[in-house]
Design a protein around this ligand. Structure first.
Ligand code: RAT
Ligand code: ZN
Length: 420
């Protein structure tokens, strides 16, 4: 393949960074069959929990007041606070405008009802197709919870796998973090478990996991952990990991994804918007990777302070894949910093980003903003290589971007054919 001249490297890299089809390996999006669980449109976008907490910084309104409003009223209020009374420069606010811009919606009048009108007469299916086309996201991994009464019937009636662009991930938060609740949920689904950690209970939880992994074709088990996650420890979580979750992952040959560093509901009044991040102990991940060399772990952490150590740990354990810039780290400055040092420590053997989208059109901004940064960081490295006499070709660039935005995930989880 022909080496590119120096002055074409950045342009070609950026062009390919915007075009390479993405596998989005962690989202809260759903396939159209999940009906009302699939959120899209202006009012959903404006009431994104990232924007709710930002809007409250400009208000003395009681939280209950906000929650009592209709979604449209909430959206109107957020629009006024964040877009009319002040400039929308935060990542999440800017993102809303990136979406409108890419969908060809004119915002010069700053009139929310006009913007809403531009979304009328569109079906869910049309919007899903359009957004996937514009964002060039080809495959979407959902977050699936069998205990969700809205979600379970979709799987029970076998509609969950109808759309080939969507894949499942089995979320197991309560089993690890709220065992009392999990016991009730499992009993409700007919599993013979008790709060006490007996052989029978372990066997039943394993049966639950295996049955649901098979039922939804889960690509991995997933949990978000509070920052105080310690492993190994003499506690419920370690027992659940060692005696149930890792054995099930090994039996089904799937990775275990841990998202570590949340501090839930530091301000309960904000509901979903009231979670904080906290510093975590990376040695828990170290011990997992060492104890289970044949088990794959997909890991992301929420505190900026943990990122460098986690990337170094990935140099030590090939069964560890770092992924994404999660939640409060999904802002330009952090994505830039993290992408740069991850690339410097790991080359392209990492998954630089996932979207964590909750509202469908967010795919447009989250991926466009990230592609810009990933492309530029990569172009810096190629220019540096060029100055050392190593000129990359277009094929090299395509391969590297495909690895980071798509293939590394599929290879890591043991389904290389899905990357094509
Ligand atoms: O990023 C988010 O939207 C958070 O609310 C969480 O859902 C987090 O991503 C998680 O998966 O726990
Ligand atoms: Zn998430």
């Amino acid at each position: 393949a022909a080496a590119l001249p120096f002055d074409q490297v950045r342009e070609k890299t950026m062009q390919l960074a915007y075009q390479t089809p993405v596998t989005d390996m962690h989202t809260h999006l759903y396939a159209p069959a999940f009906d009302e669980l699939l959120l899209w449109g202006v009012d959903e976008l404006l009431t994104y929990h990232y924007l709710i907490s930002e809007a409250f910084r400009w208000s003395d309104e009681p939280y209950e007041q906000f929650w009592s409003w209709t979604k449209k009223e909430q959206a109107d209020w957020i629009w006024k606070k964040l877009f009319i009374d002040h400039s929308p420069v935060s990542e999440a606010a800017t993102g809303f405008l990136t979406i409108l811009h890419r969908l060809g919606i004119d915002t010069t009048a700053r009139n929310l009802d006009e913007i809403r009108a531009a979304f009328s007469n569109i079906t869910t299916e049309q919007q899903v197709d359009r957004v996937m086309e514009v964002s060039k996201v080809r495959k979407i991994v959902m977050t699936n919870d069998p205990f969700d009464p809205l979600e379970r019937p979709v799987w029970d009636t076998n509609q969950g796998k109808a759309d080939q662009r969507f894949y499942a991930a089995l979320r197991v938060d309560n089993l690890l973090n709220n065992w009392q609740q999990a016991v009730q949920d499992l009993q409700m689904l007919g599993y013979d478990v008790t709060a006490e950690w007996t052989e029978k209970t372990k066997a039943e939880v394993r049966r639950f996991l295996v049955e649901w992994i098979e039922k939804i074709d889960a690509l991995y088990l997933a949990v978000s952990m509070t920052g105080d996650f310690a492993y190994p420890a003499d506690d419920h979580r370690s027992r659940m990991v060692d005696e149930v979750m890792v054995p099930v992952c090994q039996q089904k040959s799937i990775p275990f994804a841990l998202m570590i560093g949340v501090k839930r509901r530091v301000n309960p009044g904000l509901q979903l918007a009231g979670d904080m991040s906290m510093h975590s102990d990376v040695s828990a991940v170290e011990a997992l990777c060492r104890n289970y060399p044949d088990q794959k772990f997909l890991i992301t952490m929420l505190a900026r302070e943990n990122q460098h150590e986690l990337a170094v740990l990935a140099r030590k354990f090939r069964n560890l894949m770092v992924f994404g810039c999660w939640w409060f780290l999904h802002i330009e400055s952090m994505v830039e910093e993290m992408t740069r040092f991850r690339m410097e420590l790991l080359g392209t053997a990492m998954i630089p980003q996932h979207s964590d989208c909750r509202v469908f059109e967010q795919l447009i901004y989250k991926w466009e903003h990230s592609r810009t940064i990933i492309g530029n960081v990569l172009a810096d490295k190629y220019e540096k290589l060029h100055r050392s006499g190593w000129a990359v070709s277009e094929a090299d660039i395509s391969r590297d971007l495909d690895d980071m935005l798509n293939r590394n995930f599929w290879n890591f989880i043991g389904c290389p054919e899905e990357a094509n």
